[in-house]
Write a protein that binds this ligand. Structure first.
Ligand SMILES: [Zn+2]
Length: 264
């Protein structure tokens, strides 16, 4: 598509923010196929899209210093980032829906895998329709996006033990999603954990301090087989989690988990 120079529309910026959530900082460059694909879709140059991605990263407190030399990110980047921060649930879905329209696809085709689509078709077969189906699609799309964003943000490995087999990784919630609707899609409420550490975190055998070091509960220490304890828990105690690329785990959420779930 020919590149037409015009000011950025809000929709175009929304699509860049959507891509921002899915890429790591090192992937914000004009040679990245994802950046090129979006640039073509909205009729911008890959360089212009990459530049906007870096501008957005300036809103992330953990990246502020890294991109100090850049020109002012502009009102649009600040507003867009804040809109997402204030309402991840709606904004993420809205941006994904827009992306599906730009690509002339249904949102479930764009975001879900075959087995997830099949489950929705089964719901339709069971007689669900209209608003119910819309709600089911939205909820599945959001779950799938959260998983992709969190796992990619942690470079596809467990933040405790570094296991990097994708099928054994979970996008875990720090604040339980069933108890905290407003943060269930917030990437700062996500941790990439392997199945065993996900369960251990959920049950409170593991906690994470505000300095991102790992705490192990007394109950976990009671495992009889000392080698097993050491390999699953002990060797990680008081070491730092493997930090993500952006969207660092929210300190208040971690403290809440320590106060309500961690067994001490
Ligand atoms: Zn692990």
């Amino acid at each position: 598509m020919a590149i037409v120079r015009h000011n950025w529309t809000r929709d175009e910026f929304l699509l860049v923010m959507n891509l921002y959530t899915k890429l790591r900082y090192g992937q914000f460059n004009y040679k990245n196929p994802e950046v090129i694909k979006l640039a073509e879709l909205i009729g911008k140059s890959p360089g212009a899209v990459a530049f906007k991605l870096v501008h957005l990263s300036r809103q992330d407190p953990k990246h502020k210093d890294r991109v100090k030399g850049l020109a002012n990110p502009g009102k649009n980047a600040i507003e867009m980032y804040n809109d997402f921060t204030n309402n991840w649930d709606e904004m993420l879905y809205k941006s994904e829906l827009l992306l599906s329209k730009y690509q002339n696809k249904r949102i479930e085709e764009l975001t879900l895998n075959q087995s997830e689509i099949k489950e929705i078709e089964d719901d339709i077969m069971l007689g669900k329709e209209g608003k119910d189906i819309e709600r089911i699609i939205k909820s599945r799309v959001n779950q799938s996006l959260f998983r992709k964003i969190v796992i990619n943000n942690y470079s596809n490995s467990c933040t405790i033990c570094a296991l990097d087999i994708k099928s054994l990784l979970v996008a875990s919630h720090i604040l339980k999603w069933s108890e905290n609707f407003s943060n269930r899609l917030n990437p700062e409420n996500g941790l990439c954990l392997c199945n065993i550490h996900d369960k251990a975190f959920e049950l409170g055998y593991i906690g994470i301090n505000s300095d991102y070091t790992i705490l192990i509960s007394k109950e976990a220490k009671n495992i009889n087989e000392k080698q097993t304890y050491k390999s699953i828990f002990g060797r990680h105690e008081n070491t730092s989690i493997i930090l993500p690329d952006k969207f660092y785990p929210n300190i208040q959420f971690l403290e809440n988990h320590l106060n309500t779930t961690f067994k001490g």
